[in-house]
Design a protein around this ligand. Structure first.
Ligand code: 5AD
Ligand code: SF4
Length: 435
């Protein structure tokens, strides 16, 4: 989400004639796009600001800005405590960035943190490097108010980008040679544009270019519909992969988290999806150590991991966020127990990822080739429909953006290793060996 927002900000500034530099010391403007979801995300930004202090001392005319959720959350505090910060701009005020930057060059500090009920930036083209994968924000904000989560406060109410605007974006990206788009929103299933729901949007995007993979994130279990599952099943190029955060396996904890579903409902979605979509796979988010979480609650979380057999999970310790409902609950699971529970969750998930991957050995998969493998350019890396990275020996014909058929011959919990069988569809850019 933040990468997509940074591309949006770069789009806005590029329209005003700004260029991007990779070298902080050369920049006239340095903007940090921030996240408030857990405390350590904020701690990291304070560290980054600390590093920029020296730079600002050497070059006082460099404008330094804090964007995103921390800007919204910490506003004045940030400006007062961090003297080198010139501007603080929240997620709904990026249009005013050029104005804030102009003012900052004349020495005037700026704060723009109002939230909007309508801003979707749908007329602004994000700055995207050439490549094969792109993000498209299809909605902003969140109305769910999960009791632990700061997002509804920092990003405001839900609003959807017009269907026509998303479709136009997909067409443009297809013409530029992109082969994969990810439709993004805090809760994509609440998408609504003039009576079109998320399933309608997915179907409209899928028919534009059948050689383009369509992904999406994130889905809330409370409103995954059968229509959506059927739409995924009906279109070959909509990936059979659903990120479906469960957060906890305990109904008591889910209730206190205000997730508005039971674990039985969650399980029934997984079952329905498996029934309708051949080879569907799931990933999830899990929070360990929510207030009052007992050993039994934790066991229930391990149980849902075992039952769902996720392909992957983002796993976190609970982090109290000021202003949320759960902040008023005592953070009474000790750090030691949080650490122990999190490591049990991680170990179990790794074991399941490993087993899931072993099951693929000997099977054929279609990969979208992304480039050389990170470790060696004698190997290429691509992704399966289910979003797994697979490595196979270099072949001149398997350029970036090509689809190749491979056979998996070995697997770890994180990576598949494969032999190339054939090129299914050539890509648009050859990869050269440097060695
Ligand atoms: N503490 C820990 N994890 C959190 N998340 C959101 N808020 C918190 C918090 N206060 C996690 C949830 C969510 C993901 C994006 O971040 O699992 O799905
Ligand atoms: Fe946060 Fe819940 Fe909204 Fe996700 S659905 S962004 S966890 S409030």
């Amino acid at each position: 989400m933040n990468v997509a927002d940074s591309e949006l900000v770069m789009g806005i500034l590029k329209n005003k004639g700004y260029r991007i530099t990779e070298v902080a010391e050369e920049a006239n403007v340095i903007l940090l796009n921030t996240c408030s979801i857990r405390e350590n995300a904020e701690v990291r930004i304070h560290g980054r600001l600390g590093n920029l202090k020296k730079l600002k001392e050497n070059r006082a005319d460099t404008v330094i800005g804090v964007l995103g959720c921390m800007a919204e959350r910490l506003r004045k505090r940030l400006m007062d405590e961090q003297k080198m910060v010139d501007l603080v701009v929240g997620p709904d005020e990026y249009r005013r960035l050029p104005e804030f930057i102009d003012n900052a060059f004349t020495g005037e500090k700026g704060i723009g943190v109002k939230l909007s009920r309508t801003e979707t930036y749908d007329d602004i083209e994000p700055f995207r490097e050439e490549g094969i994968s792109a993000w498209i924000s299809i909605m902003r904000g969140c109305n769910n108010f999960c009791s632990y989560c700061v997002v509804p406060y920092t990003r405001g109410r839900e609003r959807s980008v017009d269907l026509e605007s998303v479709v136009a974006d997909v067409k443009k990206l297809s013409e530029r040679g992109f082969r994969e788009i990810t439709l993004l929103g805090q809760n994509v299933n609440s998408y609504n544009s003039e009576g079109n729901d998320f399933a309608d949007l997915l179907a409209s995007c899928a028919v534009i270019d059948r050689s383009m993979r369509i992904r999406f994130s994130t889905s809330h279990p409370k409103d995954i519909s059968e229509k959506l599952l059927q739409t995924i099943a009906d279109h070959e190029n909509i990936c059979n992969y659903i990120h479906l955060p469960v957060q906890s396996g305990s109904n008591k904890v889910l209730d206190e988290m205000k997730r508005t579903y039971t674990i039985e409902h969650y399980n029934s979605i997984i079952d329905k999806a498996k029934e309708l979509i051949p080879n569907v796979s799931f990933s999830t988010d899990i929070i360990a150590g929510f207030p009052n979480e007992s050993d039994e609650d934790h066991d229930a979380t391990l149980e849902v991991i075992k039952r769902s057999r996720f392909n992957g999970a983002y796993m976190f310790k609970y982090s109290p966020r000021e202003g949320t409902k759960a902040y008023n609950l005592e953070d009474n699971v000790s750090e030691a127990i949080k650490t122990k529970r999190l490591s049990e969750i991680i170990d179990l998930q790794h074991k399941i990822s490993f087993e899931n991957n072993q099951e693929l050995i000997g099977k054929e998969q279609i990969l979208l080739v992304e480039g050389s493998s990170k470790k060696s350019d004698q190997f290429l890396a691509g992704r399966t429909d289910s979003n797994k990275v697979a490595i196979f020996p270099y072949s001149e014909d398997a350029g970036v953006g090509s689809y190749v058929k491979v056979k998996i011959n070995r697997a770890t919990s994180a990576t598949l290793f494969a032999d190339l069988i054939e090129i299914v569809l050539p890509g648009n850019e050859k990869i050269n060996l440097t060695a």
